[in-house]
Design a binder for this molecule. Structure first.
Ligand code: PMP
Length: 419
């Protein structure tokens, strides 16, 4: 067993660093679903950059486009000026994603991260409706900037704000309380003058909560949220930052539910190559921004446009969706059979497509399993407010061999964690 010298990070990097503590080695190279550290140890990636690497590390098709772009000295940084790369991206997004789904949206570039997209969505909803309150849900995660944090249901993260957070009200997510119909409760509150809940500008949600512990909302629940919004002119914001771009099968996570959000937040894998990039999709009538009213230095980077445009080619057919659903079934079967052997860990298999996981009732167990798996060459993160859920989230392009190998390491690690 080799230990890596992490002293540079321990002495020079802020105490806020986190993933380098869970994965204590120095990574050097990466390709597809594999990473290698400086000692040449190979790791299978069931983490995928927290959802930013759906097309894998250094995807060769995308890399070729980036190399060609750089070789020919095309514009790299240009604020939000019009460029060929941006034009190509906008046309391709329209042709491959929006038009086939009969979705009409204006595309906004809010800044490079998911939190930037959420901030822009919240600001726009407040501006358009003239209302201040936003309804969010328990265990939701929307980012670390103050606005995004205000709708994030995690007290540890919220305490970092140090100031009162914006006006947001957290309601129970689908199945948060087994015996409470959360949406009936919300409707009662909205329609009761005495509830103290002001009519909100928007309701913001994830269809499947990633950081919150792989909590899946049913299609019916999502449709009911949409109906509540429509009846009261509340805007519906879907945060597809983590589960969009095909993570659950279809390009948008809400497609199966058949809902039409007013505003959609995308980031992470929309960058194609792991480059920082975000979009906010806005129903045309809501696009009431004045020019420059929400700006920033990195609003759509040309390298990200190039990478993203090539990544969108994966969506010209439904092959990636079908493959994701097929691999999702393999994971589901595998997780169910490995957990059936250990009922004493109180396991529950959750998720959809390539966003699945196991929640363990036994405290500290998920973190222990991840640490053991890492030693055996598998990278996985935990989620949930108590880090009680293991996330199985490989790049979508993983092959069956890599998938089965990773699942075998997980199976073995659960066994060892119990000993
Ligand atoms: N929304 C969701 C659903 C997320 O999972 C995340 C990141 N984990 C964010 C927003 C924030 O994105 P970023 O870290 O790029 O700001």
């Amino acid at each position: 067993e080799v230990t890596t010298d992490m002293s540079t990070f321990e002495t020079l990097e802020s105490e806020v660093r986190s993933y380098c503590r869970s994965f204590p080695t120095i990574f050097d190279k990466a390709r597809g679903y594999k990473l290698w550290d400086v000692q040449g140890r190979e790791f299978i990636d069931f983490f995928a950059g927290a959802g930013a690497l759906n097309y894998g590390h250094n995807n060769p098709r995308i890399k070729r486009k980036l190399i060609d772009y750089l070789t020919d000295d095309h514009v790299v940084h240009s604020l939000d000026m019009a460029t060929v790369a941006k034009e190509n991206f906008l046309k391709k997004f329209q042709d491959v994603i929006l038009a086939p789904r009969e979705m009409e949206y204006k595309v906004m570039f809010p800044g490079p991260t998911g939190a930037n997209s959420v901030e822009s969505a919240l600001k726009l909803a407040r501006k358009v409706t003239g209302r201040q309150t936003v309804v969010s849900f328990t265990k939701g995660f929307h980012g670390m900037t103050l606005g995004a944090l205000s709708v994030t249901g995690n007290s540890f993260k919220r305490h970092g704000a140090g100031v009162p957070l914006h006006h947001a009200v957290s309601m129970p997510y689908d199945n948060y309380h087994e015996d409470v119909d959360s949406l009936s409760l919300l409707e009662h509150y909205l329609d009761d003058e005495g509830s103290g809940l002001d009519m909100p500008a928007a309701i913001i949600l994830e269809t499947l909560q990633g950081e919150g512990g792989i909590n899946v909302a049913s299609n019916h629940w999502l449709q009911r949220v949409e109906a509540i919004c429509r009846q009261r002119d509340i805007l519906l914001i879907v945060d597809d930052v983590q589960v969009g771009c095909g993570r659950t099968g279809p390009f948008f996570s809400f497609e199966e539910a058949g809902i039409q959000p007013d505003i959609i937040c995308l980031s992470k894998s929309i960058g194609g190559y792991g480059l920082p990039f975000a979009l906010t999709l806005i129903k045309p009538k809501l696009d009431q921004w004045a020019p420059g009213e929400h700006n920033g230095t990195f609003r759509g980077h040309n390298l990200a446009f190039v990478a993203s445009t090539e990544a969108l080619s994966y969506w010209e057919t439904d092959e990636l969706t079908c493959e994701t659903l097929r691999k999702g079934e393999i994971i589901q079967r595998s997780l169910s059979s490995m957990t059936a052997k250990h009922p004493d860990t109180e396991p529950e298999v959750r998720g959809r497509g390539l966003m699945q996981g196991i929640a363990f009732g036994r405290k500290g167990f998920a973190e222990k399993v991840c640490a053991i798996a890492f030693e055996r060459g598998l990278i996985m993160e935990t989620s949930g407010s108590d880090s009680e859920v293991i996330k199985v989230m490989p790049p979508l392009i993983i092959d069956d061999e890599g998938l089965n190998k990773g699942l075998a390491i997980l199976d073995e690690s659960i066994q060892i964690a119990k000993e």
